[in-house]
Design a protein around this ligand. Structure first.
Ligand SMILES: C[S@@+](CC[C@H](N)C(=O)[O-])C[C@H]1O[C@@H](n2cnc3c(N)ncnc32)[C@H](O)[C@@H]1O
Length: 234
């Protein structure tokens, strides 16, 4: 029998000075909101993006991998200027030429393919066509470097990424990406955010094999290491 929807009690969050009190390390919000296009494979809900933009009081946004435009829709709702790229529209986020003419931005959003879990096109520049995991991580590291190059000193780069099993081997992409970010002088600005994946296509599948299903992806928010080091140290 397929297990149905179950309800989990979230831990009580402390009261903080946050202007978005519902934004914690556990992000569970059913529905995708009026953002992007649910038919675009691998699209994400816009709620988390909107909450991050509000929390960081972002003023100028860059979406590095537009997909169906979810981030742009969240920016429009908040009346924020935004810039976007996607290799499907000819802009490779790993190519310095794609950044020409951009102003400084204070929030970059990256929702890349989770390596080859979903293949988006046959364009060799598409991250989902990276022949190896290391090649995927090399390109993501390049994208982090280039995005950092247009980031204001207190700016943030948020990456939403999931881990999965590829041909029988678990791929902890979010963990490996943190190490690549550190190589680029970026540091985690806050807790990782575990986004519960409601409405995932794979949730409706049945598998013969026994494994522990992953029901979340992870949002990593980076800032430049020099910004991090200017903060009071414990
Ligand atoms: C997970 S989807 C993004 C979905 C989007 N967040 C939404 O809600 O619709 C990943 C996107 O990354 C794009 N992409 C892959 N490689 C890229 C690259 N090198 N530069 C820019 N975009 C890339 C793909 O074309 C795809 O649209």
């Amino acid at each position: 029998m397929m297990p149905g929807r179950q309800y989990a009690l979230l831990p009580v969050a402390p009261v903080t000075g946050s202007n978005v009190p519902g934004l914690t390390s556990l992000y569970s919000r059913a529905g995708r909101g009026p953002y992007g296009d649910a038919r675009y494979r691998g699209n994400c809900s816009g709620y988390l993006i909107r909450d991050l933009l509000r929390f960081y009081r972002s003023t100028t946004v860059l979406d590095l991998m537009r997909g169906s435009g979810t981030c742009g829709d969240a920016c429009r709702e908040l009346s924020l200027p935004y810039f976007e790229m996607d290799v499907k529209h000819g802009q490779d986020a790993a190519d310095p030429a794609s950044y020409a003419g951009l102003p400084m931005i204070d929030f970059a959003w990256a929702h890349p393919p989770y390596w080859r879990q979903i293949v988006y096109s046959d364009d060799p520049r598409c991250l989902s066509n990276a022949p190896t995991r290391d090649d995927f991580l090399d390109r993501m590291q390049t994208i982090l470097r280039l995005a950092k190059g247009v980031l204001t000193p207190n700016g943030k780069i948020a990456v939403l990424i999931g881990n999965y099993s590829d041909r029988g081997r678990y791929q902890p992409l979010s963990h490996l990406l943190v190490e690549r970010a550190i190589r680029e002088g970026l540091w985690l600005a806050c807790t990782e955010i575990i986004r519960w994946q409601h409405g995932n296509t794979s949730s409706r599948k049945q598998y013969r094999s026994s494994f522990i299903p992953g029901l979340h992806d992870t949002c990593l928010i980076f800032e430049s290491l020099s910004t991090h080091e200017r903060k009071p140290q414990p």
